[in-house]
Design a protein around this ligand. Structure first.
Ligand code: PMP
Length: 314
């Protein structure tokens, strides 16, 4: 019986915790270790795509994601008691142990250890390190455009709660925006920052295309320093598409020929309408399609950039 089969359908057999692969069922904490104690937790979201040959499982930009985990921890003043190569090995060990037949999503996260009764988690509190993983289906090859809407909820700012930190708590902000968008019949919100400039979606960065130029909010627009954003800008530049990183006005969204979200989970997600206005022809345009194809090629190991891929052997 494979590890996955023995684990049942809802979770994999193993989870990585504080240096060990442990069976899912035994990875427990005291009920009193949540609440205020978990407000400081930071995490990463990484995808591993099964290569077209069916053999290799390719972690995409593992090193860069883990580097961002350490950056988040540094800003949040949490200590990760492992070095980066140790966590790289841990992620590969976990994927190997769970024997995923297809694609796998990996979530390394750290949170203060034990029962903390203070409302404010102290700086430097000892942390647990956990790596979870599960299967996912890529939607890169079957994409309808999303109906997006500008949110009345403002993106948290670097001066209040830095979006550069990938903290679970930041998703409380995105959640408000998402609930509002869904309540009005849309798929995803686009949040503006405290300067009323375009920031990002609750789980992805955003870019628009106008007159053949790709424009995305700068990294000082109150956004996460997205790895899919960086990948997209690199791949677009390689295709000869001009790219700009700068402040973006809300009204620019209404003039875009194309628009898309970029994120590990959302991949390259075309936007079909914004605030009820169709984006271009309302279907994915040529730049979006070119980028999606290039991204699909790279993550599946067909299109170079091997430095971004970590193969997990069976
Ligand atoms: N912004 C937010 C708020 C996110 O949650 C994510 C997903 N991690 C992104 C942007 C995209 O980042 P990445 O491409 O590194 O996944």
């Amino acid at each position: 019986m494979t590890a996955l089969a023995s684990a049942g359908q809802d979770h994999p057999a193993m989870i990585w915790r504080n240096g060990d692969l442990v069976p899912w069922e035994s990875a427990t904490i005291h009920v009193n270790a949540v609440g205020h104690a978990s407000t400081a937790a930071v995490f990463e979201g990484i995808k591993a795509y099964r290569a077209d040959d069916g053999e290799r499982l390719l972690l995409f930009r593992l090193h860069d994601h883990l580097r961002r985990l350490y950056d988040s921890a540094r800003i949040a003043r949490l200590h990760i008691p492992y070095d980066l190569p140790a966590l790289e090995r841990a992620v590969s060990d976990l994927l190997r142990a769970n024997e995923f037949p297809g694609n796998a999503y990996v979530r390394p996260w750290i949170f203060p250890m034990g029962i903390i009764r203070e409302q404010m988690v102290p700086a430097g509190a000892p942390c647990e390190v956990v790596i979870d993983s599960w299967t996912f289906d890529s939607s890169l090859r079957e994409q309808a455009g999303a109906q997006a809407v500008v949110s009345s909820w403002q993106r948290i700012s670097d001066a209040a709660m830095p979006p550069r930190v990938k903290a679970f708590s930041n998703y409380h902000n995105g959640r408000f925006a998402l609930m509002e968008a869904r309540a009005s019949g849309h798929d995803w919100p686009v949040m503006l920052n405290s300067r009323h400039k375009v920031a990002e979606g609750p789980g992805a960065c955003i870019a628009l295309v106008r007159d053949g130029v790709v424009v995305t909010p700068s990294l000082t627009s109150d956004v996460l320093d997205g790895i899919t954003r960086d990948t997209s800008l690199t791949l677009l530049a390689e295709q000869g598409v001009p790219v700009e990183q700068r402040e973006v006005d809300r009204s620019e969204l209404y003039l875009a020929d194309e628009m898309f979200f970029m994120g590990t989970a959302w991949e390259i997600l075309p936007i079909a309408s914004i605030d009820g206005l169709p984006v271009g022809a309302g279907v994915p345009g040529p730049v979006t399609k070119t980028l999606t194809a290039a991204y699909d090629g790279v993550v599946h190991g067909r299109a170079g950039h091997e430095q971004w891929l970590t193969a997990v052997s069976r």
